[in-house]
Design a binder for this molecule. Structure first.
Ligand code: NI
Length: 138
């Protein structure tokens, strides 16, 4: 952790007002906390542009009755077992499954895994959530 510094900033009063209102609605106790999280998010986005190791979660919703779909999704994860950290499977109802797969690899590889899984025939909805190993953040 670096030393804590204070800094001044010039900006439009209406903009600051809107920011403070939103930060309060989202549960931030003060402006500094809200700004810190914004900065961290900005830095994580930068991590995803490089070739560092990052972490992503891929959420999939699919009908497990679609022929060979479950096997295809599982085979893919076995083929990339060194990158797949964990997966969670939930039987949503008689037909639908939700799967969350946590992957650690380079951003390019994680994107490729996500694109492959999400575009697999029978997957109804898929989403990649981009996060970080946390090592670059304070
Ligand atoms: Ni299921």
């Amino acid at each position: 952790m670096g030393e804590t510094i204070r800094f001044g900033m010039s900006l439009d009063a209406d903009l600051l007002d809107k920011f403070d209102n939103l930060a309060e609605k989202r549960g931030y106790k003060n402006r500094s906390e809200a700004l810190r999280d914004l900065m961290r998010d900005y830095l994580v986005r930068k991590e995803w542009e490089g070739d560092e190791e990052i972490v992503g979660t891929i959420t999939l919703v699919y009908d497990h009755h679609v022929r060979e779909l479950t096997e295809r999704l599982t085979d893919f994860q076995h083929d990339h077992s060194s990158a797949v950290l964990s997966s969670l499977h939930i039987h949503l109802d008689h037909d639908n499954c939700l799967e969350v797969i946590v992957i650690r690899d380079t951003a390019a590889n994680v994107r490729e895994f996500a694109d492959h899984l999400i575009s697999t025939r029978g997957v109804k909805h898929g989403k990649l959530s981009a996060t970080t190993t946390g090592r670059q953040l304070r």
